[in-house]
Design a protein around this ligand. Structure first.
Ligand SMILES: O=C(CO)COP(=O)(O)O
Length: 128
């Protein structure tokens, strides 16, 4: 069966949480094809050794690239540690990504607790 793809995305003040999440769940995550926005992907790769394909950085279109993959059925789960307390210049892109996850019924975690629940669930399940 083809590996499912998980997108890892974190805003700056959530990057430490993303690294901790990826470190704690390394064994589960390595069974998936991992992608991410530029800085998050690079950081997770450096800190955990996981292979993560990097798209553009979020403010430079990375969220939109991942949104396009969701639309094309090429991204199965999105873990997006979103910072609700900071304004983002690319807020329309963030909304686009979240919206297409809802349009295509793709699991989307926007905080650490939900990310934990999703990674545990998908590690157990026959995803199809
Ligand atoms: O801005 C982001 C998501 O909206 C994340 O982008 P980076 O991973 O490049 O920091």
């Amino acid at each position: 069966m083809k590996r499912k793809t998980i997108a890892l995305i974190a805003h700056d003040r959530k990057k430490a949480d993303m690294v901790a999440f990826a470190t704690q769940n390394r064994k589960k995550l390595e069974k998936f094809n991992l992608i991410g926005t530029g800085t998050t992907a690079k950081l997770v790769k450096e800190k955990t050794g996981l292979k993560v394909k990097a798209y553009h950085s979020g403010p430079y279109g990375g969220d939109v690239e991942i949104a396009a993959l969701v639309v094309k059925g090429k991204c199965d789960v999105v873990i997006f540690l979103h910072d609700p307390l900071e304004p983002h210049p690319h807020d329309p892109d963030i909304k686009t990504l979240m919206r297409v996850c809802d349009v295509y019924n793709v699991p989307l975690a926007t905080n650490l607790s939900t990310a934990e629940i999703i990674i545990n669930a998908i590690s157990e399940m026959d995803f199809d």
